[in-house]
Write a protein that binds this ligand. Sequence first.
Ligand code: S3P
Length: 435
Amino acid sequence: MSKQIIHPATALSGGVLMPGDKSISHRYAMLAALAEGTSELRNFAAAADCHSTLGCMKSLGAEVKVDGTTVRVTGHGLRGLKSSWRALDAGNSGTTIRLLSGILAGQNFKTTISGDESLQKRPMKRVVGPLREMGAEIKARDDNFAPLEIRGGKLRALDYKMPMASAQVKSAVLLAGLFAEGETIVTEPARTRDHTELALEEFGVPVERNARVTRIHGAGANGSIKLAAKNLNVPGDISSAVFFIAAASLFPESSVLIQNVGLNPTRTAILDVFASMGASIQIHSVQSTHGEVVGDLAVKGASLKGGVISGDTIPLVIDELPMLAALGPYTEEGIEIRDAGELRVKESDRITVLVENLRKMGATVEERPDGLKVAGRSAGKLRGAEIEPHGDHRIAMAFSIAALAADGPTTVRDAECAGVSFPSFYEDLNRVAER
Ligand code: S3P
């Protein structure tokens, strides 16, 4: 397993391009496989997770051609998927297994889907429950974990009130709803990312939305919903951009331009959090593309204040919390994260793993069941350490950034796990970090 040594930096400068958004790439790949004809998806995520989705769609009978970041997917219509003779492999990707479970629930065949060791520890009851209510037969290890064996078929529509704020659960139910008889309604307890809704609309499926309630009319047994193949550009991933925003903020002399970043309003709460902490981020060249919004971010160094992140903001910044926590020791007041128990069921138990690695670097941290409290600058400067990301890409990247302003070099073990979302992360970081 590869290690990366991160040396302290003095500033960040230059331009960086983010890889295509992971969430959007998954959805475009799945819907393109349900459309009739060939869709061309440009700036498709380099992320290993999205390539897991492509592999699954290929096993289900879609043709997939990858040419760098341009991916062509040829689908055979809503009823065009075929059973796969082998189990589908979602790798490390929760989005792949959960969203695809919704699609598989609507198929007249049986599929087994699983993933790596980390994915096999993540809860699946949250999608298995509502999909069973819609009529799918699903077996799961201990009734909660992958491998999942899904025998799909005729589904009935569901009026589902989600117990947790999860875009993956919402999406699984909506995608199953696409095949069901009648109108499926999903109500979320707090707003989550809406890329599935926007992508469905882009492929020609009407979705009705009103605050936290989303409705979709299913095709049913004789329905005639048709998804039209599309040529789409995937915006750059704001969750990847956050590592460069954080890094640039650490040094007064920094000036970085991050181009073509996705600015969907259900993903930009992180920019508001940074702004409230005193970060210097200017947004330029905002454009709309296929229902999504993109723009460039110009980031300069700033003295970050820190603060508390909690409540309805949490689901909107869920993937950015590791980076915020790792920035805590460089802020004036420190960072406190509350109401974020979901962090414990991500690619790792992110609360425990953040606390473990922050302490290795000398930070003062309090672990809580639903979050953590990281003391600010007055508790002392971080020192280089050996980071153990436990296979979690966002942990590896968050501590690589924290390491830039620490005393002495930091070693990140198993550093290549960053490729789950951002394969060129270290290369891009080394290009813009001044030493
Ligand atoms: C995602 C939703 C979030 C997020 C994950 C991607 C998506 O998960 O953490 O990285 O693409 O829908 P949850 O739905 O479990 O909160």
